[in-house]
Write a protein that binds this ligand. Sequence first.
Ligand SMILES: Cc1cc2nc3c(=O)[nH]c(=O)nc-3n(C[C@H](O)[C@H](O)[C@H](O)COP(=O)(O)OP(=O)(O)OC[C@H]3O[C@@H](n4cnc5c(N)ncnc54)[C@H](O)[C@@H]3O)c2cc1C
Length: 392
Amino acid sequence: MYDLKVIVIGAGIGGLTTGIALKQAGYQVKIYDRVQELRPAGAGISLWSNGVKVLNQLGLGRKMAAIGGEMNRMEYRSHRDQPLSKIDLQPLFQKVGQRPYPVARTDLQQMLLDAFLDEPSGSGEVHLGTKCTAVTQDESSATATFEDGSQATGDLIVGADGIRSVIREYVLDKALSLRYAGYVNWNGLVPADPALCEANNWVLYVGQSKRASMMPVGGDRFYYFFGVPTPIGSHTPPEDRREELAQHFADWPEPVQALIRTLDPLDSNRLEISDIDPPERLAKGRIAILGDAAHATTPTLGQGGCQAMEDAIVMANYLVTTNISVADALMRYEKDRKPRTANLTLKARQRTDTIYGKDETITQDWYNQLQHEQPDAVIGALEKIITGGPLR
Ligand SMILES: Cc1cc2nc3c(=O)[nH]c(=O)nc-3n(C[C@H](O)[C@H](O)[C@H](O)COP(=O)(O)OP(=O)(O)OC[C@H]3O[C@@H](n4cnc5c(N)ncnc54)[C@H](O)[C@@H]3O)c2cc1C
């Protein structure tokens, strides 16, 4: 289809990647976000090879490589500092044709925003401070209404408005409850230091149904995260978070203690992790959802952002390559993406339960398995996830 006018709600990873892909198709794209200033929640993200391949396809591979960290190995150690496994990731890169890039979220968001604004094809605008409150459609157009009463009309609306999506409610004709995954995640960035973690290594300390981890992101920094099973509804102000982590991870190995001493608690994030059940639909007529709006998932496979990127190019491809109607192209998008994203959401959920001790026997078995895990099996499992996407 030619000359489409697209309204995108949400300027996160999903909305911006969609905006770039649709502008490259020559479309007119307007992105609306409720925030006054784009500031991603969370400090870092591991963009696995399937996400990086999307960026390569959009012509952003070099820019991604410039801001990403070099992660060549993945190492598990116990909370008593026993080595459990250390896997060279080079064979994975050889199999899938592209390395992953851990990256600081602000760097990724800025790179995507610049790419959207600088893209010479099509036309594009980003409107901040515009909270979408409702969407409607008729036979020839779709309209978004914002909190201040203003409206935007286009040929289609893409709901990239995150886990608490308003557009999802319209598409599904009902609200979906968030499902608390049973644990809290703390994350942030610290300067890279060999006393914390070997260079180019992703280290994960696991034990007592908790984990503590560091990975290299660009700019000589480590992205760190901690996870601890916690009843829903807990709060800790930033200034108390170092003490909170020190208690949860007392007696864990020295690099974890050094990380807790080094991190800036005022610059840390503390999140209760939730997902949603895979929804029945991803589109209704001219209005579709993508990214976390469509399939918010627990982060234990590191695939949420990657899936948002896959959604973006799959949707763009159907809009560009088919010519029946916008609704028809969005139906094809839904059919394509539903099984892939539902499968990964449920897989991540199961992995979360294993890691965070939903059944302690299963968690203990997993710790035992880690010591005997064959690198080929781990590489094979990662390869399957990566090559299950649209860009093999
Ligand atoms: C702790 C943690 C670690 C993670 N690690 C990884 C990882 O390693 N790898 C990976 O691939 N993924 C990871 N993820 C998942 C990834 O962060 C998300 O899947 C991704 O950010 C989703 O992008 P999105 O654009 O769909 O949604 P969001 O990033 O949530 O963006 C939604 C945007 O919509 C805006 N918005 C919301 N409502 C409205 C409205 N009504 N009107 C206008 N604007 C609105 C918001 O302001 C926001 O800017 C992780 C997630 C978490 C929580």
